[in-house]
Design a protein around this ligand. Structure first.
Ligand code: NAD
Length: 487
């Protein structure tokens, strides 16, 4: 595809090590790593803790005081561009790594690798285009603003989209000249380490990026509590988000929280159903529904309701679930625990309320964490299945009578991450875009997690702060006002 494909194997890294200050090293304690497609062990990773986090923060501070702190915006952009090219050239290897680590079908894992490359390309181009402004002020003054890095930024990443989330958060932070300490998820950290190895080979100065795998309550908690960290970016669950914000409050540092969602797609009777149908289903089952911006609620205007339920049911019945390498529609969930949580939710639906289920293929390994995609209807909008984030391949279809009711149901959960409107009526599209409570609204499409260029983030329990796009560069920097009096 790119004519210069090369292998990750030529860039050696040991998955059981941490990467601190440009040095790969052992920590003496390990955590097991499992392939979610089989449930079998596939190796071990480092169990970093408070000591490694402290060393990583010190290495980041040293980088800021050294070459990395002195790099110009153009030089930072050039390094990011090189990282992007190297990621692109190794997209297949990175996809294979992510597929075995997270369990996602290969083509979805490859899309994540390409998104990581796109983040690097986008931020490489943006690095030297973040400008301040001059402000008219009193006679005899010149006033201007500067955008400066926070300093050391902490990045806590979940297991569902490691490459994409590293791209959007570490990519934007490096662009603005911060030095990063990355704590990937204990369930899936291989591409975080591979990314660090690529960044090292691309010439990123020592200490500008440090990676410490480990448990959330050990390495993660140590990172959020560390007084040397100047900004925290957290993606994960609401419960841990609360802990992270609490820890950040102790050090009075800013925090960006990207939490969960219960995102609706609102389908009006005048919608182009053929166009909508693939989005309605795919946005719910992509990555086995383990997507913060998954669309888990489909709201349908009454005249179209029965038809949408029937057409979605047809698609569900055709969905095939199996190991990542088989590259089917849906892979396994990340862990036995996640499968238990999702099955617990699905157990709340009665037989009548389950309209259709996909098929787990016969030769799917017995130890894999497979759950058949499940379409539900006939539930009240207040039902837990229509209110809580299931984080599995499951969607609920809910009818509505008119625009008012559509908005009330759509906005009627604690979350507000993404929403979409399916209608051919321009006025309705604009009204809904304003009234829906969400960080992103799509009209006649749905972009679960997509769009490197598009600012993304939540309201309510979905979190606060914005990542992705140019907007992220403001979040990963602080504004300084300079007022010069020259008479
Ligand atoms: P999680 O909150 O348990 O873990 C996320 C990360 O936080 C992991 O790296 C984990 O090690 C770390 N962590 C855990 N405890 C910690 C602590 N006490 N202090 C500091 N760090 C800690 O979430 P999860 O189960 O890995 O991911 C699923 C959840 O994440 C879902 O609710 C999903 O909606 C949300 N999510 C949101 C987004 C988004 O962009 N909004 C993206 C992916 C996942």
């Amino acid at each position: 595809m790119d004519g210069h494909a090369s292998s990750l194997r030529e860039l050696w890294f040991d998955p059981a090590q941490v990467f601190i200050g440009g040095v790969w090293r052992d920590v003496g304690a390990h955590l097991p790593l499992e392939d979610p497609s089989t449930g079998a062990p596939i190796g071990q990773i480092a169990r970093g803790g408070a000591d490694e986090i402290d060393a990583a923060v010190q290495a980041a501070q040293a980088a800021l005081a050294g070459d990395w702190g002195r790099a110009t915006a153009a030089e930072r952009g050039r390094i990011l561009a090189r990282i992007g090219q190297m990621v692109l050239a190794r997209a297949d290897d990175l996809a294979a790594l992510e597929a075995s680590d997270v369990g996602k079908p290969l083509k979805q894992a490859r899309a994540d690798a390409l998104a990581l490359a796109r983040y690097m390309e986008f931020y490489a181009g943006a690095a030297d285009k973040v400008m301040g402004e001059t402000i008219p002020y009193l006679d005899g003054y010149t006033v201007y603003t500067l955008r400066e890095p926070h300093g050391v930024t902490g990045h806590i990443v979940p297991w569902n989209y490691p490459m994409q989330i590293i791209g959007r958060s570490v990519g934007a932070a490096l662009t603005m000249g911060n030095a990063c300490v990355l704590k990937p998820a204990e369930e899936a950290c291989l591409t975080a380490l591979a990314f660090a190895r690529i960044a090292e080979a691309a010439g990123l100065p020592k200490g500008a990026l440090n990676v410490v795998p480990g448990l959330g309550e050990e390495a993660g908690a140590a990172l959020t509590a560390h007084p040397g960290v100047n900004h925290i970016s957290f993606t994960g669950s609401v419960g841990v988000g609360r802990l992270v914000q609490g820890a950040a409050a102790q050090n009075l540092v800013p925090v960006t929280l990207e939490l969960g969602g219960k995102s609706p797609q609102v389908v009006f009777a005048d919608a182009d159903l053929e166009k909508a149908l693939p989005f309605l289903v795919n946005a719910g089952i992509q990555n086995a529904g383990q997507t913060c911006s998954a669309s888990s609620r489909i709201l349908v205007e009454r005249p179209l309701y029965d038809q949408v339920v029937a057409r979605m049911a047809e698609r569900y019945a055709a969905l095939r679930v199996g190991p990542a390498r088989a590259d089917l529609d849906v892979g396994p969930l990340i862990s036995a625990r996640q499968k238990e949580i999702v099955e617990g939710f699905l157990g709340l639906a009665s037989g009548d309320e389950i309209v259709a289920r996909g098929q787990i293929v016969g030769d799917a390994p017995k130890g894999g964490h497979y759950v058949a995609p499940t379409l539900m209807a006939g539930l009240s909008p207040d039902h837990r299945l229509a209110q809580d984030e299931i984080f599995g391949p499951a969607q609920v279809v809910l009818p509505f009578e008119d625009e008012e009711e559509a908005v009330a149901i759509a906005n009627g959960t604690a979350y507000g991450l993404v929403a979409s409107v399916w209608s051919e009526n321009g006025g309705r599209q604009m009204r809904l875009a304003k009234r829906l409570r969400a960080g992103q609204v799509f009209i006649n499409n749905y972009g679960a997690g997509g769009g490197v260029e598009l600012p993304f983030g939540g309201t309510g329990k979905s979190g606060h702060g914005r990542e992705k796009g140019f907007e992220a560069l403001y979040g990963f920097s602080v504004l300084k006002t300079v007022a010069a009096h020259h008479g």
